[in-house]
Design a protein around this ligand. Structure first.
Ligand code: ADP
Ligand code: MG
Length: 346
């Protein structure tokens, strides 16, 4: 299949770009289009052009989604990747981009809505549907989820049954120490791991995580745009007839906003916070660049996020970056930054 061919050529890293529609309060651009999509045979569906101060910057990705692309269309392009977690692959799908570019919309969408739900609910529906089909071939799957947030290089459990410890974050006894065993399994001490049997159960947990995040948000200054949200589904399958066993992992990550320091005008705590966020984001980009260039040393240990995901980045695991871009003229500089980052990965 075409997708697999692309994956092999790219060392298992793919990059998609998604441009969200202009929002109502962003007004109509008076004829000055910042972003356009070339229609040449080569660039159709893969090219994007950004105009900044009269200069045109062209980019090419594995796939470019235009503002009118539906959640379903986006999911169609990643469903094979999601499916491969059932075949025993370790998969990471990241949403990257400045705050307001559509990362959470892409990942979560509007939960509960039929058309507007994002990659996470769609992935789970697909996986649980596939599980039913694979039952007929003798496969038995067990699924477990965990959900955490990394903020200021500190892990916060979003499914902790102990509400106060979840809110206090770093102030409690939980250490959330990350360890990898020789089978490539990751263990985070004290982190809640929940057995799930249906996508409904996962939706319920996603709601709980969202609540836990929003409680933290009022207490911790709009934390959600400054923290990384990591959703992990562990899949273990056994087929006694075929005497086969698979262990797959699907990580779906809504990254912190990639906006630079200058724009957020940070001082004091905010400055330190932004630096910590930039640290884990830039560590992630360092890891991805090192993997893309097939370098010998991959600097996983430089941040919590990359260390946590180490077994799922590199090797025969599969990575997809969805770079979200705002079409607003006021965001053109940030959009260019995101696209340049993504182009380096590609
Ligand atoms: P981020 O998570 O990157 O900060 P959001 O996902 O919250 O950004 O998106 C910012 C705003 O844009 C939200 O109001 C969201 O509903 C809207 N939005 C983002 N992407 C789309 C899209 N593809 N279609 C319609 N609205 C979108
Ligand atoms: Mg968001």
């Amino acid at each position: 299949k075409l997708h697999n061919t692309i994956l092999e050529l790219k060392g298992n890293i793919r990059v998609f770009c998604r441009v969200r529609p202009l929002l109502l309060d962003e007004g109509v651009e008076n004829g000055t289009k910042t972003i356009s999509f070339p229609t040449t045979t080569e660039a159709l569906g893969r090219g994007i052009e950004v105009v900044q101060q009269g200069q045109t910057h062209p980019f090419m990705f594995d796939k470019v989604f235009m503002p009118q692309a539906s959640q379903e269309e986006v999911f169609e392009e990643i469903s094979q990747l999601v499916q491969s977690a059932l075949d025993g692959y370790k998969v990471c799908i990241f949403a990257y981009g400045q705050t307001g570019s559509g990362k959470t919309h892409t990942m979560m969408g509007t939960p509960g809505s039929y058309d507007d739900k994002g990659l996470i609910p769609r992935s789970l529906e697909q996986i649980f549907e596939a599980r039913e089909r694979l039952k007929e071939q003798g496969w038995k799957y067990e699924m477990q989820v965990s959900m955490l947030e990394i903020y200021n290089e500190t892990i916060r459990d979003l499914l902790s049954s102990n509400k106060s410890s979840a809110i206090e974050g770093s102030g409690n006894k939980q250490q959330y120490t990350i360890k990898h065993d020789s089978n490539g399994n990751t263990h985070v001490s004290d982190l809640a791991i929940v057995d799930v049997r249906s996508s409904k159960e996962v939706s319920f947990l996603l709601n709980r995580a969202a609540q836990s995040r929003s409680v933290g948000k009022t207490q911790m200054n709009e934390q959600s745009s400054r923290s990384h949200f990591v959703f992990t589904l562990r899949i273990s399958g056994v087929n006694e007839v075929l005497e086969q066993q698979v262990q797959g992992v699907l990580n779906l990550i809504d990254l912190a906003g990639s906006e630079r320091l200058s724009k957020s005008g940070s001082t004091g705590d905010r400055l330190r916070e932004t630096q910590a966020i930039n640290k884990s984001l830039s560590s992630l980009t360092d890891v991805i660049f090192a993997l893309a260039k097939k370098e010998e040393h991959i600097p996983y240990r430089n941040s919590k996020l990359t260390y946590l995901l180490q077994p799922c980045l590199g090797g025969d695991s599969k990575t997809l970056m969805v770079v979200n871009v705002s079409p607003a003229p006021s965001s053109v500089n940030e959009s260019l930054c995101s696209l340049r980052f993504a182009a380096r990965v590609n």
